[in-house]
Design a protein around this ligand. Structure first.
Ligand SMILES: Nc1ncnc2c1ncn2[C@@H]1O[C@H](COP(=O)(O)OP(=O)(O)OP(=O)(O)O)[C@@H](O)[C@H]1O
Ligand SMILES: [Mg+2]
Length: 231
C-alpha cells in the first residue's frame, strides 16, 4: 500500500504491507516524518491509499459504510474532542442507550473517579464556560467515551512529551483497560508500550525498515535499536 499527499512530490508511505491479527497490538515507531500518523490515518480512512488497500477482517475500508467504520475504529489522541456540554451528553454521544450506571462504570475504568466529588456530577459542564478540567482529565473523559463506544480497532497516538508521574500512571491504567481485547495500533514513543507489543513496525521515510518484537529487533542492532525511546 502506498500513499501520497495531494501536491506532494513523493510518497508519504511506499510499499507498506502490515497485517495486524484481530486482538493483537502493533506499535509504530520511527523518526519524525517517517509516516506513522499517515499510516494510522489510513486505517481510520481520513485518507485513502494512492495504491493498494486497507482492510479490516478482509473488507476494504472503502466498502464499509462510514458510520460502521466509525463504530469499528476508535482514535485516541492527545487532542481530545469534548464538546461544550455536560459530561453525560459527551458520553451519550458514544452510547445513546447507556444508563448512568454504565457511564459511571466507564468513567471509573478511565480513572476519572474524582468526578463523583463534583457538585453537579454527570451534569457538570465541560469547557471554557464550564468546569475547567485539566488536559489529562479531559483526555480520560474522552477515553471513557471510547470505552462506551467499544470500537474493535483502536488507534492510540501516544503523548510525546513527558507527563507528570501521577497523570501518566492514571492515563496508563485507563489505556490498559481500554485496549483489553481490542486490536490496537499505537503510535508509540515509550519503551513500555513498544516492549509489550505483539508486533513492532519501524518506519523510515515512508517504508517499513524493520518488523518484529522488541527482543529480536534489539538483537538485530538495526534501526529499532538506534531509536531513542523514552523510558
Ligand atoms: N497534510 C499533509 N500534506 C502533505 N504532506 C504531509 C501532510 N501530513 C504529513 N505530510 C508529510 O508526510 C510525511 C509523513 O508524515 P507523518 O505525519 O505521517 O509522520 P510521523 O511519523 O507521524 O511524524 P511525527 O513523529 O513527527 O508525528 C512527512 O514527510 C510529512 O511532511
Ligand atoms: Mg505523527
Amino acid at each position: 500500500m502506498s500513499f501520497r499527499y495531494a501536491g506532494a512530490d513523493r510518497d508519504a508511505l511506499a510499499g507498506v504491507s502490515v497485517d495486524v491479527p484481530a486482538g493483537s497490538s502493533l506499535a509504530l515507531v520511527g523518526h519524525t516524518g517517517s509516516g506513522k500518523s499517515t499510516l494510522a490515518a489510513l486505517v481510520a480512512r481520513l485518507h485513502d491509499p494512492t495504491a493498494g488497500r486497507v482492510t479490516i477482517d478482509g473488507v476494504d475500508v472503502r466498502d464499509l459504510d462510514p458510520e460502521v467504520l466509525a463504530s469499528i475504529v476508535g482514535v485516541v489522541s492527545q487532542e481530545t474532542y469534548l464538546v461544550h456540554a455536560s459530561i453525560r451528553e459527551n458520553l451519550l454521544l458514544a452510547a445513546p442507550e447507556a444508563t448512568d450506571a454504565d457511564l459511571w462504570q466507564a468513567l471509573a475504568a478511565a480513572q476519572v473517579a474524582d468526578l463523583a466529588s463534583l457538585p453537579d456530577g454527570l451534569d457538570t459542564i465541560v469547557g471554557s464556560r464550564g468546569y475547567r478540567f485539566s488536559g489529562g482529565e479531559q483526555q480520560r473523559i474522552a477515553i471513557a467515551r471510547t470505552i462506551l463506544r467499544g470500537p474493535r480497532v483502536l488507534i492510540l497516538d501516544e503523548a510525546t512529551s513527558a507527563l507528570d508521574n501521577e497523570t501518566e500512571r492514571a492515563l496508563q491504567v485507563a489505556l490498559d483497560r481500554l485496549v483489553e481485547g481490542r486490536t490496537t495500533i499505537t503510535i508509540a514513543h515509550r519503551l513500555s508500550t513498544v516492549e509489550g507489543a505483539d508486533q513492532i513496525v519501524v518506519l523510515d521515510d515512508g517504508r517499513v525498515v524493520e518488523q518484529g518484537r522488541h527482543g529480536e529487533l534489539l538483537a538485530a542492532e538495526g534501526a529499532y535499536a538506534g531509536l531513542a525511546l523514552a523510558a
